[in-house]
Write a protein that binds this ligand. Sequence first.
Ligand SMILES: NC(=O)c1ccc[n+]([C@@H]2O[C@H](COP(=O)([O-])OP(=O)(O)OC[C@H]3O[C@@H](n4cnc5c(N)ncnc54)[C@H](OP(=O)(O)O)[C@@H]3O)[C@@H](O)[C@H]2O)c1
Length: 443
Amino acid sequence: MSCPRLLLPLLTLRRVRTAGTGTLSGVHAVSSRSIIDMSYSAHFMDFQGSSIPSGMQKLVVTRLSPSFREAVSLQAAAVPTPGDAELLVRNRFVSSALQRRDENSRLRVEARSNYLRFLKVQFALGAIPKDGERFVGINASDINYSAGRYDPSVRPPFDAGFEGIGEVVGLGLSASARHAVGDTVAYFGSGAFAEYTVVPAKESVPVPSVRPEFLTLLVSGATAYIALKRLGDLAKGETVLVTAAAGGTGQFAVQFAKQAGCHVIGTCSSDEKAGFLKSIGCDRPVNYAMEDLAKTLRKEYPKGVDVVYESVGGRVLELAVNSLANKGRLIVIGFISGYQTPSGILPFQGGTLPVKLLQKSASMRGFFLPHFLADYREALGSMMQMLAAGKLVCEVDCGEMAPEGRFVGLESVFRAVDYMYAGKNLGKVVVEVNPPSVSGSKL
Ligand SMILES: NC(=O)c1ccc[n+]([C@@H]2O[C@H](COP(=O)([O-])OP(=O)(O)OC[C@H]3O[C@@H](n4cnc5c(N)ncnc54)[C@H](OP(=O)(O)O)[C@@H]3O)[C@@H](O)[C@H]2O)c1
């Protein structure tokens, strides 16, 4: 880890700067960093062991638009240098068993669940190799972010992507108190759609190995876990409706509601997804492409549903409100049906909402994960334990069935977003990030 060849020029640089020479030719990559951070981080950059190149690719929001392809472009950038309390994480993946492609959808579900069983056993045995796979996660809200809806004060250009998993290849001095080069970490933070990402050490989550299953827990799993726990007030025997149930976060809501002893209805748009939902314990999958959700709810659940985990918005939200039981709780998780529109939300006939809620003593509550970070550590710890014990399925979709194949490389993030918005994904959409070329190493 020591790097005397690098340390020397940086120490020289400090002396020169202290002497007040002003401009420094030939040190552009680090010129914006503070002097202290540069020297600290240089101590801990694993330039030799991990062959960090000087340049990389990343996805940058260059104009605000709900069309991800219009808003975002792939750009070359310098590999960033971590500050004192930061980690430099390499998001990179070399594929293994997940690369199989099955033509038949039944076989695909079988193969996935066999693979998950295999993973669970291997994970429990500690037999998964530590090194090898690195991913970034796709979220429905990536396009809200690219449309500038998260923080209207932020102006482009800014980096895209919310979450990633990879290995630490460099770090600052105080970060080295708890981390080392070679650690595997997951993180939930901006700028994930890059080959290398600087992550505040305190916001990183140590993981036993770089598996995409861990990535599913950071946003999708945590949202379902905390929202149902804090806002759902689930009681055994209650009925829970989960919309977009076979997706990234829906799959977890189904499983946590089942674990709470509830009867679970899950909506989805294909028989393959319905089969998956059955396999994770959903009592009544509803493929709304084949059957009318409103009719099914009226006929089979005449007393209404006690809790709704609602992600779709628009007419589905209206139906969910109308389907609440007395004392029902509707948790607004998202409204994906509107995200691609200029306003980000479809019209909602809410004029009589107060009457509907009052008549049923029902409630509607919003949930936004960043507001519940106090619950985050407990949620992740608990889900990691469930995963290790084989009690949680974390379904990952790397695009094996996508028309142009598996999502590999940052350029495939565009395809992955389109795939999700076409409702094709089964489980959490994940992109594996290509190893960058090591020619032009920083050495
Ligand atoms: N509040 C929070 O903190 C938080 C955190 C994470 C996610 N979320 C929300 O959770 C929801 C799901 O997000 P995710 O990232 O996990 O995505 P996802 O569920 O993996 O994928 C989106 C799914 O939504 C369904 N869908 C239904 N109507 C759609 C429409 N009109 N357009 C596109 N998709 C539609 C599709 O499944 P079917 O075709 O099977 O219906 C699609 O596969 C989003 O609303 C997101 O904003 C909220």
